[in-house]
Structure formats: C-alpha cells, structure tokens
Design a protein around this ligand. Structure first.
Ligand code: UDP
Length: 328
C-alpha cells in the first residue's frame, strides 16, 4: 500500500516506517521535526517537512500525492507529565493536527487510518491486565487528546465509511541497530536509566515510591517497538477484512521501576544509582495490558517480550549512539 506516516521522524514512527518499507509498502513521512530527527527517517521514504497544525501544508501533501491507501498517525505531543503542565498543547494542538490530517485525508479519498493511542486512557481500570473493552477514563490531557482522536475516527467511520484501528500502546521501549529513542529533553524511564549507565547523568530520580504496588514504585508493561511495528502492519492489512478495531498492546507482564533498574544493571553491567523524589502528576500506579484481542484477531505475537531483550536492544542503540541522532 501507499501510506502516509505522520511522526515518521520520531521514535516509534521511524521504526514503523522502516518496517512498513521492509514489508513492501510505499511510505511518505510527514514530520515537523519538533521532537523527530531527519536522520531517523528511512532513506527509502518520501520526506515532507511539514506541520499538521497548518491546514494549507496538509492540503498540499494530499494534492501532491494521489492514491494514498492509508494514514498512520504517530505525530503528537506525547508526554503525560507535560500535559499536566501545558494542557492546551494537548487539548488543542493534538486535536487540531489530527483534525487537519483526517479532514484532508478523507477529502482525498483515503479510507484506512491507524492511530497511535495510549494506555493513558485507563486511569481507573476495573481489571488488571487491562482488556481492550475496559471503560475509558483518561489520566491526563494527553490521554484525553488521544481519546478524542479515537472518537474522531469513529465519527468519520459513521459519516464517511472510513475504517480505523486504534493501537493503545503501553510502554514502548527498545530499539533496532539503526534507530532508537532520542528525545530532548528525555522524559522516558528506560533511556534515562541508560543515560545513567553511560555516565551522562549522575542518577535516576524515581517519581514516587508510595504507590500501592509490590515495591511502592509504578508498574508498567514495556513492549518492544518492533513488536509495535508488527502490530501496525497486521492492523493495516486486516482493516478491509475486520473493519474498525481498537487494540491494547503490551506483553501482559508489569515491572516496577526498581525492577527495570535491576535488569538494566545486569544488561549493562554498570551500577544505576537512584534517588526517590515526589510522584509525577498524572501517573497511574499500574498499567498492564491484555493484548488478548489483537493476539486472537490478528495473530499478533511479540517476538521480543522480555525486559532483558527490550532493555538490551535499547542499550545496544544507546551505546552505539551516545549522543543519539547527533552522532548520525
Ligand atoms: N519515571 C521515573 N523517573 C524518570 C522517568 C520516569 O520514575 O526519570 C517513571 C514514571 O513516573 C512512570 C514510569 O517511570 O511511572 C514510566 O514512565 P515513562 O515516562 O517512561 O512512560 P509513561 O508510563 O509515562 O508512558
């Protein structure tokens, strides 16, 4: 298929773009390089430096490229913590970008949409692990913005007959030899832990150890970014057959922050000193996915499910690229 990948210069988007290309798809990457890196974009992809907040730029892309089969929408502000400080970046900018993209895509006759969604839809889950039909209580303006984009797609289906899959990632992590996580500033746990291992930071600050979990620190379900990419490809290929779907994506096993630190010490062979600070607003105590639906419907099976594999692949990338894409 010929697909547009927004956010294809970012961490998950660039790795999905590379996997789509490897699976024979034609890829057009659109990214404003706010967090993304030009060097992360696969060289075989068509490249557009454009901002989805600018409707005229979006319209221009769809004028230039006819016959688009699908849109994979990764581009977004993505930080739970930041969204509690700057809610309108999320409640306005993420929605405007999505609406501009979706409106022009529909006008150009695009019928397939894949949305990067989030576990932050589930602030008060009734069951753990969290099934795809769990009731939705966004945990932050970030989660709320993704929920609204899911609703936008549902209305588009009803009004225009387009199809969509919403993939709710739990904690994306890991890397490939060519691509990895490089945010500035970095907010995510595993790259920060690895920066400590590399001696680029003195220590990790654990955000709270008074949660109702086995060691007091937050429990998260880490999932390898290549397994996420596989899920996108399966979902894209299945849309015509299955219709619109929502899926949770994780390994079904949660790890505390202290457990992540211990595995990272083993994988890197280096000490990871840490201190405990206050809680980060917007963080739920525990998020673990049941991916039962996507396993059953699409045959998704993670190839890199262990924390050792996930942290190990991230470590390989960080060690080879200690300054991220600045080394490219
Ligand atoms: N975390 C932490 N210290 C850090 C960064 C993250 O204690 O410097 C915690 C964070 O509060 C959360 C977990 O690690 O409980 C995973 O956070 P991350 O930002 O990687 O992903 P999120 O769960 O927010 O999507």
């Amino acid at each position: 298929m010929k697909v547009i990948v927004t956010g294809g210069a970012g961490y998950i988007g660039s790795i999905c773009a590379a996997e789509l290309l490897a699976n024979g798809h034609e890829v057009i990457v659109v990214d404003n390089l706010y967090q993304g890196h030009r060097a992360a974009v696969p060289p075989e992809a068509i490249w557009h430096h454009a901002d989805l907040g600018d409707a005229a730029q979006v319209a221009g892309i769809f004028r230039q490229h006819r016959g688009i089969d699908g849109v994979l929408h990764f581009a977004s502000y993505t930080l739970v913590g930041e969204s509690m400080q700057q809610p309108f970046r999320y409640l306005r900018d993420n929605l405007v970008a999505g609406a501009n993209l979706f409106e022009h895509a529909v006008a150009a006759g695009v019928g397939r949409f894949i949305l990067s969604s989030t576990a932050n839809l589930f602030d008060r889950p009734e069951r753990m692990p969290i099934e795809a039909d769990e009731h939705i209580v966004p945990g932050s303006p970030y989660g709320e913005s993704k929920f609204f984009l899911e609703r936008m797609l549902a209305w588009m289906e009803r009004i225009y007959g387009t199809r969509y899959a919403c993939l709710r990632y739990f904690n994306a992590a890991g890397g490939t030899p060519q691509r990895g996580e490089d945010h500035s500033p970095e907010h995510h746990l595993i790259p920060i832990v690895l920066q400590v291992a590399l001696g680029q930071r003195e220590q990790l600050t654990i955000f709270g150890d008074d949660y109702p979990t086995r060691d007091g620190t937050c429990v998260r379900d880490y999932v390898h970014v290549l397994d996420l990419a596989q899920a996108h490809i399966l979902a894209l290929n299945a849309l015509d057959r299955l219709g619109s779907r929502v899926y949770n994506l994780g390994n079904g096993t949660g790890f505390t922050i202290r457990e992540v630190v211990r595995v990272a010490e083993v994988v890197t062979g280096r000490p990871i000193p840490f201190v405990v600070g206050p809680r980060r607003p917007g963080d739920p105590a525990e998020l673990v996915a049941s991916a039962a639906r996507i396993r059953a419907e699409l045959g998704w099976a993670p190839r890199y499910p262990t924390l050792e594999q996930i942290i190990g692949s991230a470590w390989q990338w960080h060690r080879a690229h200690p300054h991220g894409y600045g080394d490219a």
